[in-house]
Design a protein around this ligand. Structure first.
Ligand code: UT7
Length: 311
């Protein structure tokens, strides 16, 4: 039996920062941001609201959704590049706040591909029977590493969290295939340099368009499926133009691609679970649907998964 997702939870901070708000901070315009990125607004955590607080809210919801208790979790994996502090890890802080006393805990640093790395790591432990339930969280407080005077990056990012419980699911469902990858020579294009994120947008854009399409095609092939079998593409929400390029590579209509970027901006490792939960709630991802999730980010890293939805 494959590992799959049996519960999902999300959290987005209350405070909304609109493109109009940003016009007052940097030399930009709502028109530029909308047309070049697809972003209309993003959420910003309160100063005292830590990464682990957002992770906790999403994790609690995922545990409830899965119908398990915190002490049944064997491992906690938190994908983040904006931890509360270098150590202890967000995963251990979360373990304590949840009372998940039987869980091992560690963070994963794979930037915007982090949730894909987390799900694939969880799959290994579940399918080898090491743990029955693994909690995977993608969470970022990017607002604390954003230079609000740099228009190249300030317009892009937002805060949020998404969590999944990975466990064995019914025969035929769950994670059917995956691909993870990295190219460290591209690390210079997207990094935290000192206090803030710096980025060569054009280089990241080119890499993302190529890699997202390629990885999506690869995992579909590895699962023994074809493009026509895909019910929903859930791409990392970095830029609507990058997302549309991967959708077009799979020849999918717009309604088969999840889009939440207009509401949340780029929330890095949280963007895929935030989108997935929304599609499940809206009834657009149903039992036995085939979904393809694909992420890319700083490192450079990438990851893609084909999954047949359902417990
Ligand atoms: O999770 C991964 C994180 N990163 C990414 O996914 C980023 C990938 N890259 C991108 O999404 C795009 O490259 C950006 C949205 C960052 C930039 O879009 P672009 O179409 O590549 O724009 P550009 O960098 O080629 O800049 C076009 C123009 C420039 O002006 P000139 O030189 O043509 O006069 C920029 O200075 O737009 C200007 N510009 C802006 N104007 C208004 C750049 N940022 C802004 C801004 N507002 N915020």
């Amino acid at each position: 039996m494959n590992a799959g997702i049996i519960g999902l939870g999300t959290y987005a901070p209350e405070q909304v920062l609109t493109n109009e708000d940003l016009e007052k901070k940097v030399d930009t315009s709502d028109e530029w941001i909308r047309t070049r990125t697809g972003i209309e607004e993003r959420r910003i955590a309160r100063p005292e609201e830590d990464t682990s607080d957002m992770a906790l809210a999403a994790a609690k919801e995922a545990i409830k959704d899965a119908g398990i208790s915190a002490d049944q979790i064997g491992l906690i994996l938190v994908a983040t590049v904006t931890p509360d502090r270098p150590f202890p890890s967000v995963a251990t802080i979360l373990q304590d706040k949840l009372g998940a006393t039987n869980a091992a805990a560690m963070d994963i640093s794979a930037a915007c591909a982090g949730f894909m790395y987390g799900l694939v790591t969880a799959k290994q432990f579940v399918e080898s029977n090491a743990y029955s339930h693994v909690l995977v969280v993608g969470v970022e407080k990017l607002s604390k590493v954003t230079n609000w005077e740099d228009r190249n990056t300030a317009v892009l990012f937002g805060d949020g969290a998404g969590a999944a419980i990975v466990s064995k699911v019914s025969e035929g469902r769950g994670i059917l295939s995956f691909e993870l990858g990295a190219n460290g020579s591209g690390g210079k294009y997207l990094l935290q340099d000192g206090s803030y994120i710096t980025m060569n947008g054009r280089e990241v854009f080119k890499f993302a368009v190529r890699q997202m399409g390629e990885s999506a095609v690869n995992v579909i092939e590895k699962a023994g499926l074809s493009k026509e079998d895909i019910d929903m593409l859930i791409p990392h929400q970095a830029n609507i133009r990058i997302m549309d390029a991967s959708r077009e590579r799979l020849a999918l209509p717009v309604e088969k691609m999840s889009k939440t970027i207009h509401k949340y901006g780029n929330t890095s490792s949280a963007s895929i679970p935030l989108s997935l939960k929304e599609e499940v709630i809206n009834g657009k991802v149903k039992d036995d649907d085939i979904i393809v999730m694909v992420g890319f980010g700083g490192g450079l890293t990438w990851g893609a998964i084909t999954l047949k939805w359902g417990k």
